[in-house]
Design a protein around this ligand. Sequence first.
Ligand code: SF4
Length: 484
Amino acid sequence: MTTDTASESAGDKIRCDACPVMCYIKPGAAGACDRYANQDGVLVRVDPHILLERTVSHGGRLVPFQASGDWDGKIVQQPDLFVTAIGAGTTYPDYKPAPFIVSSEVDGVDMVTVVTEGIFSYCGVKVKIDTDRFLGPETATVRVDGEAVGHVTTSEYGSQMLSLGGVHHLTGGSKKEGRVTCDALMDLSNRKPVELVIDGGATVVVQAGAPPIVNGVKEERMRVGCGSATIGMFAKQWQGKVDEVVVVDDHITGVLSEHQAGKLLDIPATGIKMKGRRSTPGRYFQVAQPGTGWGGTDISDPLAILGPFDPKTARPGTTILMVSTTGEHAGYYVLDEALRPVEQDMPPDLKFSVERIQENCEPALCTVLFMAGAGGSLRAGVTDNPVRLTRSVKDALTRVTSGGAPVYVWPGGGITFMVDVTQMPAGAFGYVPTPAIVAPIEFTLRLSDYAALGGHMDYVQPLGSLKDVSKDIRQLPWPVRSAG
Ligand code: SF4
């Protein structure tokens, strides 16, 4: 599409001023970010400007950019059309009004949507990887191509969290570190696979919405719960079929006969002795080291976490099921005359219970949330009194979206938001070589509220006039989940 971004000539070259890099671009060539180009002496935004249409005809699924064909200019009169910032362009410096400030009537109310492709030096991604396997110690550095791009943070229930990017890696290290971090953030946000290597841990291929690949092995299942929760869930199904069950888990290993669930079901003591630290009855911490074996521990033989059975209580012939929190690993044992567990074929009804654990595990996925602070100078493109925009967002008068997708705005100062990249049209993110990530952001509010907060009213244009200024518009169906 053509752009009103200011440009000046230097011979045949034109100067793009859409970001601080200020490229001189030769005819027929693109600038350093590949977002702007010199087309016959005119500065153009290379990608199409994306509009989203509320529809149910595509079952809520997005179609690719190219599949929708060129926009015929008719549809912009429809009230269910949303102007995203994808392909809208950027204005720089920030006091210039945002590229598009579009008015429309929704349910009889005059609304305005301010759209811009924000340039974010303060941004990153939060990654949730559904796996029990040990990916690396907390705070360990995460690398791409040998460069530090982030770190391992807390484990959540069945998932390992990573915090990647941020201004420290984008601007605070070497030039290469900034470039590699920027590329990794853009690829992850655009739902491409990225190989991450964790110091002292695993190599993981992460792709938003796809299963993680840990050390070359695709993760299939997310745990049904911790070891204790698994005992709680399935205790009744094991009653009468086996004397003892141990659910092996790196965090909380559960033991049926000692657990409250076993007590309530009158399951007798078996004389079992666990290694590790007993937390509460039937719940043990640190039975082994973290790893990629049974239940996220480093063990391949589950008997390694058992001490000798207590001869005062244990009886030969006692049956024991040992199983991991995903049901991926399981073994059946019977105590011999010397009270040693001996592995035997698992009875069918216990096999069924292991399959039930597997059935209750959800598919393991990677989740990528893009996180950025829009509370800085970007606000000046919306209003000449930036703090009023922040207040308006906090007062829920202004709705923030990113490529049409709903965002979570953090409480507290600024407009710091997170968005699930799988809710956005593919390819919504770009970069500039400062380095920084370019991400779409839209602010939607009542026209009257916009005027009250000092909005750039002279630049408001009706939705129907977009076709006159945006020559390359693509219309996509709006994902059902993000339509609210
Ligand atoms: S990097 Fe891109 S946006 Fe920045 S000046 Fe160059 S062409 Fe324009």
